[in-house]
Design a binder for this molecule. Sequence first.
Ligand code: A4P
Ligand code: MG
Length: 151
Amino acid sequence: MTRAYIGLGANLGPREVTILRAVDLLAAADGVSVVQVSQLRETDPVGVVDQPAFLNGVVAVETTLDARALLDTLLEIERELGRVRAERWGPRTVDLDLLVFGEETIDESGLTVPHPRLAERRFALEPLAELTPDLVVPGLGRVSETLAELD
Ligand code: A4P
Ligand code: MG
């Protein structure tokens, strides 16, 4: 069993409904159980700033899958919920990012864990810290301290 943390984001359509649906689909997926869901918070867009505000959160799961299979599950859920990939960092009905996968560090084509931009992103770090402030992220250190360094 591996404890993993998944970033949830949406900035098109019924954001909260879509995010909660994504969490339900995760809970229903083979080899995945949902442990905790953070509050969802409204955040200003980062990167491409000329787009609607996001709703962001983090879900903690326990999984028997490996990281690649969990990512495939996330991509499948994104597809099922009608995400159309257009512009990088652009608007999306739902975005599921694998933030942390146990103590693993992975750098393969199509899969980098911990998520490479986690340390810079308050919209991911804040809900992660809400769930698990003392989590030590490989390569980054304690979540609460990484978040404090952003301030
Ligand atoms: N990929 C590699 N590693 C991972 C990982 N750890 N988790 C690959 C998820 N995917 C990973 O992702 C492109 C490819 O990244 C995937 O096919 C997978 O193989 P994508 O979701 O199609 O592309 P994207 O999300 O547009 O780009 P990227 O670089 O993932 O963007 P981010 O970092 O997800 O940022 N502002 C606010 N306030 N809130 C947000 O949620 N999100 C973004 C997107 C920008 N600004 C935001 C927010
Ligand atoms: Mg993404």
